[in-house]
Design a protein. Structure first.
Lengths: 179, 205
């Protein structure tokens, strides 16, 4: 079912996209953090391209002088699995889905005067989504790195990246445009 | 079918943003929300939910969105899509009808109305958690709008805060069917997903 709503939704989304572009304060790498959510080795089997994009993002963030946060959250029994070698970073461990819930992450970022977050990892529709929503609520400028995210199944990843997260976060990078 | 029963004194229905702008014919967002709302009979379903819950002694709590005032969000350093949509469409006006509760979905004596949330989540920056905790609530049952934004965000945070979460799949509406389906796919992963009738049947006798 497509419905009339889809026709009206397009101009509304276009207006919002236009307004979001006005938020053009140049991104200062020292005030930016990359939040790597659940970098587990299994990601390399599930979606090798996403795993390499995640490693590249971590390397790029580090060389730009940005903070790298490695967040482990409650998701999909990853506690027993090996980690992806994303390198060093500030470690946070959340008991639930959002990397901010019950952790010191917001304080850590506030102390460093960090204003912008790049968020990527696993699973797109669970821990990445919850962390991204929570970050927006807390006032950060949030970009989700779509090509460095993966979910248990492709349709869950696509729904988060194409449908819901564009309504929530400021930007989605690395998305294959087909709308 | 659900087997676990909801204990009345420990369960709260949390109704998110039941404003005219989402649920009334003259509402600013109604041209979008009507597709799912009319097909799924969302307003009659929420009415049935409210009346059964109040009748059974299940607490009803409102999680209302910020009512828009000119310049009221100017402190947001990075306005998010939801802030921009609300201000572009002039939704939830503090002065007009849009920011009033839909007459059939309005609070009744004994219900709780939490303080207003500014973005999507009913908990962030509000007294909702405190209001639920002081009543000893353990189960949060969600209805309202929108399926994949405010309702889902409130459910995600409820779960982060340690509540058991239930989403009522036929008591929520969204901007498009795609949005609604995206939410329905996530609900069972974030908590329980039930219809209003299934929830009412699962309240302890």
């Amino acid at each position: 079912m497509i419905g009339f709503s889809r026709l009206l939704d397009r101009p509304a989304r276009a207006a919002v996209a236009l307004l979001l572009r006005r938020d053009r304060r140049a991104a200062d790498p020292s005030r930016t953090a990359l939040v790597v959510v659940n970098p587990i080795a299994a990601l390399a089997e599930l979606d090798p391209a996403a795993a390499s994009a995640l490693l590249r993002a971590a390397t790029a963030a580090r060389s730009a002088g940005s903070t790298v946060v490695i967040a482990r959250t409650a998701s999909a029994s990853e506690s027993t699995t090996q980690a992806l070698p994303v390198g060093d970073g500030e470690l946070v461990t959340a008991a639930t889905l959002s990397a901010f819930a019950g952790t010191g992450l917001h304080d850590l970022l506030t102390e460093r005067d960090i204003d912008r977050l790049l968020i990527a990892g696993f699973p797109t529709n669970l821990a990445v989504d919850s962390t991204a929503r929570h970050a927006v609520e807390l006032g950060y400028h949030v970009t989700v790195l779509a090509d460095a995210c993966a979910a248990h199944d492709r349709s869950a990843h696509d729904a988060a990246i194409e449908v819901t997260l564009p309504r929530v976060v400021h930007a989605i990078a690395g998305r294959h445009e087909h709308c | 079918m659900p087997t676990r029963r909801y204990i009345r004194s420990k369960t709260a229905v949390v109704l998110v943003d039941p404003y005219n702008d989402f649920f009334s014919r003259a509402g600013r967002a109604w041209p979008m929300t009507r597709d799912v709302a009319l097909t799924n009979r969302v307003v009659p379903n929420i009415r049935a939910l409210l009346s059964a819950s109040r009748g059974a002694g299940v607490h009803v709590t409102y999680a209302p969105h910020y009512r828009h005032r000119r310049g009221g969000l100017s402190h947001r350093r990075h306005p998010a899509p939801s802030h921009l949509l609300v201000s572009t469409l002039g939704m939830f006006s503090a002065r007009g009808r849009g920011g009033r509760f839909h007459p059939a979905l309005a609070p009744a004596p004994g219900d709780t109305v939490a303080s207003e949330h500014e973005t999507s989540c009913g908990f962030t920056g509000t007294d909702l958690d405190e209001r639920l905790r002081e009543r000893g609530i353990e189960d949060v049952v969600l209805a309202g709008a929108l399926s994949n934004t405010c309702v889902e965000a409130t459910g995600r945070t409820a779960s982060d805060l340690g509540y058991r979460v239930t989403f009522l799949s036929d008591a929520v509406t969204a901007q498009t069917w795609r949005d609604h389906r995206a939410a329905l796919a996530n609900y069972p992963l974030l908590g329980r997903s039930l219809t209003v009738a299934e929830f009412i049947a699962a309240i302890e006798p």
